[in-house]
Write a protein that binds this ligand. Structure first.
Ligand code: FAD
Length: 442
């Protein structure tokens, strides 16, 4: 059925809508272009209408409208995802959640917030109460908390708290369904896994209750090493040093530091580096560990200080961002190495073609090096060969060159998640084309 969007706008009455073509283009995109494979597939995708609700009641009304006219609906936070997660494949409505930004309460190490609140705003508020977010992506300044749980995986803080999907990292959510009569569901504890990293295929998250971490005074620290494997071993040792309070251990093989032009005064040419966030009362212990590993501290500064370099914005996928600013031919991989021996093996095998960038994180209670390696891209076939080589040799790749849930890190959809989708989105209107199990079964 062809849809008259002017009628939809009229029926939505006071709810804010956007139909101006340049805005539609902007609000239909994310950072998918980090992948040359996704560029060809997603560059021309557009929503027909963007809707910006401010309340749950408005969201229920929009859901009702989508069901009534069978309009595809794609939820969007800040649109900072890397795999086209919030790009509408079949047009329809993009539901922009950024005006759903109320912080309801912060108490006893938990916070209850609307899904569109920016993580930087939330963290400023929690810090006033002595708490901070357990983990944030390097895009925390603009990314929303709903988008992080919908499309992210972990980040700064994952060295202590693991990944978003780990039990205990999400207490409760409220979700609007796209059933014949849309309703609000409350999911608690393990039930929240139904919407975790589901790319908004399983209902619209309107509210989240999340656990927090005690807030520290953080220092940014740069440590440099002449040899990459020394930097990597230091990273692992720091990750395993339970007495040193840290939030970030990000290790970069030469020549990656050369892409960090704003940090050039602190990064000797040809050396590898570790970018760290540690508590200020851990600095002495850190210095002793650095000495033991024969590294050199070239920068240390309080994160709160005005004009601080904010090392966070050089880590996680911001590393790829800076490298691509200098060489747009660079793309990336996401890898679980599980051991430094595996890192060394790949480092030696691929040389300069796959430059090693490690983020240390806790997986199953153990600190491991995870890779966000930079790849000098040549052809899709070569990229696949590189991925295949990793997988055949004991490194797990969460492929960032696909927008399909199961072809990325997920590998397969849990049967409960598919069952949940069948209940909350029986017409398959939400983020069409992203969940293979649904497409194949309907
Ligand atoms: P969006 O990109 O808008 O949405 C992400 C997904 O969630 C989409 O599928 C969307 O449909 C769904 N969604 C959004 N809101 C809702 C909702 N209310 N209900 C249901 N579904 C919803 N990711 C990390 O995990 N860690 C990192 O450190 C990290 N660093 C990054 C660095 C760069 C430079 C870039 C470009 C990306 C990075 N990312 C990282 C990816 C991304 O920034 C984060 O996952 C971020 O949290 C996404 O939030 P967002 O608000 O932009 O979500």
């Amino acid at each position: 059925m062809s849809i008259n969007y002017q009628n939809i706008i009229n029926e939505l009455e006071d709810i804010k809508t956007i139909i101006e073509p340049e805005q539609l283009k902007k609000l239909s995109q994310d950072y998918y272009y980090f992948s040359p494979i996704l560029v060809d597939k997603l560059a021309d995708k557009r929503a027909d209408l963007v809707v910006q609700p401010t309340t749950e009641e408005e969201i229920l009304k929009i859901a009702q409208m989508c069901v009534k006219y069978q309009i595809p609906l794609t939820v969007r936070g800040a649109g900072t995802g890397n795999y086209g997660q919030c790009i509408p494949l079949n047009g329809g409505i993009v539901l922009d959640m950024t005006e759903m930004k109320k912080i309801h309460w912060i108490k006893n190490g938990s916070a209850c917030v609307q899904a569109g609140v920016k993580m930087a705003t939330l963290e400023r508020a929690t810090r006033k109460e002595g708490w901070e977010l357990r983990m944030i992506p390097s895009t925390y300044k603009i990314a929303t908390i709903g988008g992080f749980f919908g499309g992210g995986s972990g980040g700064i803080g994952s060295i202590n708290y693991g990944q978003l999907r780990d039990r205990g990292n999400l207490h409760r959510v409220r979700v609007v369904t796209l059933e014949k009569e849309p309703r609000i569901l409350e999911l608690k504890g393990d039930e929240t896994q139904q919407i975790n990293h589901a790319y908004g295929t399983n209902g619209i998250i309107t509210e989240l209750e999340i656990p927090l971490a005690p807030a520290y005074q953080w220092l940014d620290v740069i440590v440099t090493f002449p040899h990459f494997m020394d930097a990597a071993k230091f990273g692992q040792d720091l990750a395993d040093s339970d007495g040193i309070i840290k939030r970030l251990i990000s290790v970069h093989a030469s020549p990656i530091p050369e892409y960090f032009t704003a940090l050039k005064d602190y990064l000797p040419k040809g050396e590898s580096c570790a970018l760290l966030t540690v508590s200020d009362n851990s600095l002495n212990a850190l210095s002793e560990l650095v000495k033991e590993h024969q590294g050199k501290i070239t920068y240390q500064e309080n994160l709160e200080k005005k004009n601080s370099l904010n090392l966070i914005e050089f880590t996680w996928n911001h590393t790829t961002f800076h490298a691509r600013n200098i060489d747009p031919n660079i793309t990336y991989l996401q890898t679980f190495f599980f051991s430094l021996e595996k890192v060394e093996e790949m480092y030696k095998y691929f040389g300069d073609e796959v430059m090693i960038h490690l983020e240390f994180m806790r997986v199953g209670g153990k600190a491991i090096p995870a890779g966000l390696q930079l790849v000098r891209y040549s052809t899709p076939e070569r990229l696949n060969e590189i991925i295949q080589y990793h997988e055949e040799n004991g490194a797990f790749i969460a492929n960032p060159h696909t927008y399909i849930l199961e072809d990325g890190g997920r590998k397969q959809i849990e049967p409960e998640q598919l069952k949940f989708k069948q209940m909350v989105d029986p017409y398959g209107l939400m983020n069409q084309g992203k969940m293979k199990a649904w497409t194949e079964n309907n």
